[in-house]
Design a protein around this ligand. Structure first.
Ligand code: TEU
Length: 546
């Protein structure tokens, strides 16, 4: 295939700027810090960066509350720094994809200030307002994602506004055509500056019908997405990624199917949320269920086999560190980090590496609430302790699944503050940075970075990794992930033991192969067939004829 879009052979790398690299000593990462670390990304072979928000923001939700879409937060740098990042990355073959947060703005955005000051302001209708309910209280009892009521009273206009996430993140009213035009103009302004795409935050919420109580995948969603495509991305060689917590295997093709002219890929969480507690969500951790996990991962591979495109990931800035959550962050840290990477990267789709994942960074262990920084954690802490959950139990759950786990600073070296800052970091650096850091890992030819470098190159260089047909196997096996990719008589077989035990199993004929070892973490194998014994956390990929 010669007309493969660049993002089907590229691997993405997510930068969460606050914790990436600080060059000013204020304890907060910045854009010059990102520029200074471009050689690390280029050496990994990264094709594009998904840059979490760097826009002007009061940082209530760490940038997912934007007060000016056309300016940069001063603690992160300037527009000139951003331009330099775009061009210096491009010189190294790395594109920059920005975060697009347009379900809501910050309550400090000029639009919202005008909207809140007067019902007559043109911006008033850019947001979602409702009169009080019959009792004078909120129009509905809807709860915000980060805790507390989703409706907030605005005295000046005598109405409630919707903040689906928090009162500091008022929802935009996509029904207003002038608002939609303003968003399109802003996107075009960034495209013209040279960015290569957008990762669209909670994009499945924009078509909501508030009065019907339909928030996710509402009636106008696809009309707005196709309008957006025509007004902004059409005719440009850019990548659009739709983040959605509600998209299903059935609805995914509506976003990214061929001919839909909406988005290029979905970024969905079914493999993550399937592990959450049905009632208490992520705050009450449950034992990991690999069979259910494979059912989601394999099911999505199959659902988008011929149309649409998957993103491949286990972690991001909202999720715990993957080696702690799904691997073993003790004895088998290095090997399990490589094992997880292998089984994810060799599926069909576009892999995303979250900063620090490539060195096997782990969850942090906080003892007290004042060590946390995330508003979601604080909001749920309030709600859950009010409902009788013990403080210690909440902290234990937050240590397993809280968002701050992935937000501690990137560990660049073994020195003070892991080389992240010369000042006081805005959130604690993980105490294990003497052992877990980029410098130490890179010095090892068998380090985790080296393993990622190899997986990323395999995708870039091999058609079978990009487009081979996926075939899952051993679906009911409790600890092994096994699948094959097929292309023109070739077969790439992948097997990973996601446990700390030795496992002996029979490789089914449908995925068995002998040939060349493309990737391993516990010694090379040239054959995956018949009876095989896998070492703890061993993962191997073998390429041969089918
Ligand atoms: O996340 C979407 C979202 O729904 C999350 O709040 C998610 O439910 C939660 O993190 C799971 O623990 C996006 C951004 O990625 C997140 O950082 C923002 O806080 C959120 O949108 C609001 O913009």
């Amino acid at each position: 295939m010669t007309d493969t879009p660049w993002w089907q052979s590229a691997t993405g790398y997510q930068i969460w700027p606050r914790s990436f690299c600080d060059t000013t000593g204020d304890g907060i990462g910045d854009i010059p810090g990102i520029i200074s670390r471009l050689p690390h990304l280029a050496d990994l072979g990264i094709g594009f960066v998904w840059l979490s928000p760097v826009y002007a923001s009061p940082q209530r939700d760490m940038g997912y509350d934007i007060s000016d879409y056309c300016d940069i937060a001063p603690e992160y740098g300037t527009l000139a720094d951003m331009d330099r990042l775009i061009s210096e990355a491009r010189e190294r073959g790395i594109r920059i994809v920005m975060d697009l947060v347009v379900n809501h703005t910050s309550d400090a955005h000029a639009w919202f200030r005008a909207a809140k000051a007067s019902r007559e302001a043109p911006e008033h209708d850019f947001y979602v307002w409702r009169d009080p309910g019959p009792d004078g209280g909120p129009p509905t009892d809807l709860q915000a994602c980060f805790g507390g009521p989703a409706w907030t009273w605005a005295e000046e206009v005598g109405q409630y506004y919707l903040g689906y996430f928090s009162p500091h993140q008022p929802d935009l009213n996509w029904q207003n055509p002038a608002l939609r035009r303003a968003i399109h103009d802003m996107m075009t302004w960034w495209y013209d500056r040279g960015i290569a795409g957008f990762r669209m935050d909670v994009i499945s919420l924009i078509g909501k019908d508030v009065d019907a109580g339909v928030f996710e995948e509402g009636p106008d969603l696809h009309r707005f997405l196709s309008e957006m495509h025509e007004a902004t991305a059409a005719g440009r060689d850019v990548l659009t990624i739709g983040e959605s917590w509600s998209v299903s295997r059935e609805t995914a093709p509506l976003y990214c199917g061929r001919g839909r002219r909406e988005l290029d890929m979905v970024f969905q969480f079914n493999h993550i949320t399937r592990q959450w507690h049905p009632e208490h969500g992520k705050w009450r951790p449950r034992p990991f269920d690999l069979v259910a996990f494979k059912e989601e991962l394999f099911g999505w591979q199959e659902a988008l086999a011929d149309d649409g495109w998957n993103s491949l990931f286990l972690t991001n800035h909202d999720l715990p560190r993957q080696v702690s959550k799904y691997g073993d962050d003790g004895q088998w840290r290095v090997r399990s980090a490589k094992c997880l990477a292998t089984v994810i990267h060799l599926m069909k789709g576009t892999p995303f590496v979250y900063q620090g994942e490539e060195i096997g960074m782990t969850n942090i262990r906080f003892e007290r609430m004042d060590q946390f920084r995330d508003l979601e954690t604080f909001g749920h802490h309030r709600a859950q302790t009010a409902a009788g959950v013990a403080e210690a139990e909440f902290v234990a759950g937050a240590n397993v699944n809280g968002r701050d786990n992935s937000r501690t600073p990137v560990q660049w070296g073994p020195g003070p503050n892991a080389g992240f800052t010369t000042g006081t970091p805005w959130i604690e650096v993980n105490a294990n940075h003497d052992l877990v850091n980029v410098e130490t890992d890179r010095a090892r030819p068998d380090g985790i970075v080296a393993h990622y470098r190899r997986l990323i190159a395999l995708r870039r260089d091999r058609e079978i990794v990009r487009h081979g047909r996926f075939e899952g196997a051993l679906r009911d096996h409790p600890s092994v992930v096994a699948y094959a990719r097929h292309l023109q008589g070739e077969r790439l077989a992948v097997a990973g033991n996601l446990s700390g035990e030795w496992v002996t199993l029979d490789i089914p004929a449908s995925v068995a192969v002998s040939g060349a070892c493309l990737s391993h973490n516990a010694g090379p194998r040239t054959e995956l067939s018949g009876r095989v014994t896998l070492a703890p956390w061993e993962a191997v990929a073998v390429l041969g004829r089918a």
